[in-house]
Design a protein around this ligand. Structure first.
Ligand code: GDD
Ligand code: MN
Length: 380
């Protein structure tokens, strides 16, 4: 078997025949098998059985009477059951065009990666098939924050939320996965440093039926993120909290010494910004320093950003209070929370972004990354 194609399905009856037809047209002499992992509550299993009998491809159906962990759980079950080493995961609604399978497989067969991601956000890809503008914005923002939370493991992946990818089954520790809901690729990539390649693709509109995405899926995704990444983000939040308190204490002290309050506030903020940077440098991002350029560059980037943030945050707060009539304390809290997220994204993706340092010779680098990073629990 050259390729096992795993298709999770939940009430996708009207798409099955067309999906199998279009997958079959891609085989071109290779041995493909299709495994449907189905949690449907309608007649989809019967449709799959009938279509399987009529198809040239070997098609199997795993119907789960007790569906555990939804879409993600279904994918893991399919991979466990696969006969081929290369497992391709795709949706059953034809939003993932089967015509892209040969390109994914060809990339995998070059032999230098563990996973090939079909990306909507890589150059040449497109996400127009997303249902509406809200979905597009949510998808973009959640991708950005997720990448910030796993800056190294997701460095080579522009679309960790995609449900269309090809994995080397031997590179994934299936027992370590804790799938919950839709984002199974993220679960796989965040657990272990894998070698990633990307192939752009155009996310198509649904062939038939309706999306099963929901608010509940969104909450599951947030839980998944928190579970995967409790470490760095919470440390970052702690440093921010300590900084906020230090800021107020310094300001209070300076005013007691007779200083004018605006001047005191500015001095307190600058001291806190510098102190916070040092804490980030030596605690939160300590493990990423060696790869993210010079101390001087990081300091200037962080310092400039935090000053700009302070300059922008105050007028936004003022507008919230004066025009939108939000209570002032709530407005301050809202802008602080928004500023926190923006600051975290900026530090993880820009200030501590991996880049070549003068101390590392180019020949050493791939070895260090491949051996040092593989199999770590934290996103180091
Ligand atoms: N077995 C099983 N169990 N399959 C499910 C379940 C479930 O609980 N929920 C959904 N599926 C199947 C659907 O039948 C479909 O084949 C596939 O999973 C994707 O579900 P959709 O309802 O079409 O989701 P979507 O189009 O909104 O989301 C897709 O795009 C996202 C990116 O925007 C999925 O591929 C997501 O994984 C992806 O993140
Ligand atoms: Mn879909």
């Amino acid at each position: 078997m050259d390729l096992s194609i795993i298709v999770p399905t939940f009430n996708e009856g009207p798409n099955v025949v067309e999906l199998l037809r279009r997958i079959g047209a891609q085989a071109d002499g290779r041995r493909f098998e299709v495994i449907f992992v189905d949690d449907s509550t309608d007649d989809t299993p019967d449709v799959i059985r009938a279509a399987a009998a009529a198809s040239d491809l070997p098609v199997r159906l795993i119907h789960r009477d007790d569906p555990v962990a939804g879409l993600g759980g279904a994918v893991v079950e399919g991979v466990r059951d696969a006969r081929a080493r290369w497992c391709l995961v795709m949706d059953g609604d034809l939003q993932h065009p089967p015509e892209d399978i040969p390109r994914l497989l060809a990339r995998a067969e070059r032999g230098d990666v563990d996973v090939v991601v079909a990306s909507r956000y890589a150059a040449g890809g497109d996400s127009k098939g997303l249902a509406d503008a809200t979905r597009t914005v949510v998808s973009r923002l959640s991708t950005l924050v997720t990448k910030a939370m796993f800056p190294r493991k997701l460095a080579g992946c522009s679309d960790p939320m995609t449900g269309f990818f090809l994995i080397d089954r031997d590179a994934v520790d299936l027992d370590a996965l804790r799938p919950r809901g839709f984002k199974i690729l993220l679960e796989i990539l965040a657990r272990r440093q894998l070698r990633i390649a990307e192939v752009p693709f155009a996310f198509a509109p649904r062939h038939a039926g309706e999306s099963k995405a929901s608010f509940t899926q969104g909450v599951r995704f947030l839980t998944q993120l928190a579970m995967l990444r409790f470490g760095r983000m919470s440390a970052f939040a702690l440093v921010g909290g300590v900084g906020a308190i230090a800021n107020l204490v310094i300001m209070w002290g300076l005013i007691r010494l007779g200083m004018e309050y605006v001047v005191a506030a500015v001095i307190a903020s600058e001291l806190t910004i510098i102190g916070n940077f040092l804490l980030l440098e030596f605690l939160v991002f300590a493990d990423m320093r060696s790869e993210s350029g010079t101390f001087r560059r990081r300091f200037l980037a962080s310092f400039t950003f935090n000053n700009l943030e302070a300059i922008v945050r105050l007028p936004v707060m003022w507008v919230l209070v004066e025009s939108a009539h939000v209570p002032s304390v709530l407005a301050a809290a809202l802008t602080l929370v928004a500023a926190f997220v923006v600051r975290f994204v900026f530090h993880a993706l820009v200030v501590y972004a991996p880049r070549r340092t003068p101390t590392t010779t180019p020949q050493e680098e791939p070895v260090a990354v491949a051996e040092g990073a593989r199999g770590r629990t934290l996103d180091a």
